[in-house]
Design a protein around this ligand. Structure first.
Ligand SMILES: *Cc1c(COP(=O)(O)O)cnc(C)c1O
Length: 378
């Protein structure tokens, strides 16, 4: 996603000093409407952690979005944006008992769990709440897989939800997350089959689950093309029909990256271009933003952002791209060097595209004295 005209105009007009993220709300609105159109029977819970800018939350609240939150602070942000408590899901499977109690007092009644131990906490601190159990997925096909930290084996989900029922909670459904930046449309099919197995197991206990939380994973276009929202909606629809037949459950999605990723552009500046050896072909290009300024998803070079300069018409050569801090981990692309114009020089502006998700929230407070990533929402 190239910088929109509105973003380009903003940068020309305001000339903000230092690296910054500029988010175009019109793109966020388009993304929301695309999800809503493609999946009209599915409620949308925006994953707040992707970008919690108040302007974004407010826009989405006005459009009718619900919110997936991970902390009391995120609950408060969603409430301040105008969401009512019934439109908020406490989707973190790792919560302090006192945070559950605070959420309960604020009126939140939907909670994620993935263990009997967490169910006991929710039952004590939020009596009577609805809970859904997150099951593990392998994350295959995802550029930012979520590993084994969240979710339990589907067979264990039965025990978790039975426990919830016994403790007076409402065993409400199943959730999964197929991995972020999931480019494999078939990823949902496998998980839906596993979710259905848990529905069946619970039905044998006389407990009817109602909801499947399909999670996030919807991609943003970085360098490679990705299928459109409609393709994801079709794949999910087919998976639901295949496994649930005409006993379709209530469904929700939790897009984070897919909602805001392509809405933001980071403006950066070249600080230094040098070589490590006189005979090297590869140049090192140091920018005024790096891993600690918000580009943490370049870890293991997982996310490869489109980088645009005003000299892109000129011949290009491969570069290692690094950030400005005094930490040797602050290198963005080295294993796979990045082609940049040979004429690029110190002081040139560089636009890093598709940065609307997981940048401001990942930027350090003042590592080496560099301030956290500034953001403008227009
Ligand atoms: C982070 C997260 C999401 C958003 O994932 P994306 O891949 O950015 O869409 C959704 N649900 C949960 C529970 C999450 O933790």
């Amino acid at each position: 996603m190239a910088a929109t005209q509105r973003i380009q105009d903003f940068l020309r007009r305001e000339k903000p000093e230092g690296p910054c993220l500029v988010v175009d709300l019109k793109v966020v609105e388009d993304n929301y409407r695309a999800f809503d159109r493609a999946m009209p029977d599915t409620r949308i819970f925006y994953a707040v952690k992707a970008n919690p800018a108040p302007e974004i939350l407010k826009l989405l609240a006005n459009l009718g979005s619900c919110f997936d939150v991970a902390s009391v602070e995120e609950i408060k942000l969603a409430l301040q944006a105008g969401a009512t408590p019934d439109r908020i899901s406490f989707g973190n499977t790792i919560k302090k008992a006192r945070d559950i109690a605070t959420a309960h007092a604020l009126g939140i009644s939907l909670y994620a769990v993935d263990s009997v131990e967490e169910v006991e906490k929710v039952a004590a601190a939020a009596p009577g709440a609805r809970v859904f159990c997150r099951i593990l997925t392998d994350g295959a096909g995802a550029e930012w897989p979520l590993s084994r930290k969240f979710g339990c084996d589907p067979a264990m989900a039965e025990d978790v939800l039975l426990k919830a029922h016994q403790l007076g909670l409402k065993a409400y459904g199943i959730s999964f997350h197929v991995g972020s930046q999931q480019t494999r449309l078939g990823a949902w099919d496998t998980a839906l089959g596993e979710a259905k197995a848990v529905f069946d197991a619970m039905a044998r206990h006389g407990i009817n689950l109602q909801m499947v939380n399909l999670g996030g994973g919807f991609p943003t276009k970085y360098l490679k093309a990705v299928p459109g929202t409609g393709s994801y909606a079709n794949a999910i629809h087919d998976g639901l029909a295949k496994h649930f037949g005409n006993a379709l459950p209530e469904t929700i999605i939790e897009p984070g990256r897919g909602m805001v990723g392509n809405a933001g552009v980071i403006k950066s500046e070249v600080v230094l271009i040098s070589k490590k050896h006189a005979n090297d072909d590869i140049r090192w290009v140091y920018l005024d933003i790096g891993k600690f300024g918000g580009l943490a998803e370049t870890m293991d070079e997982a996310i490869r952002y489109p980088i645009v300069t005003e000299k892109d018409g000129d011949e290009k050569g491969l570069c290692v791209i690094a950030g400005p801090t005094c930490d040797s981990a602050d290198v963005l692309y080295e294993k796979t060097p990045y082609p940049l114009p040979l004429t690029l020089s110190v002081g040139d502006e560089v636009l890093i595209e598709a940065c609307g998700a997981y940048t401001t929230t990942y930027s350090a407070v003042a590592f080496n004295g560099f301030p956290p990533l500034k953001a403008y929402v227009i």
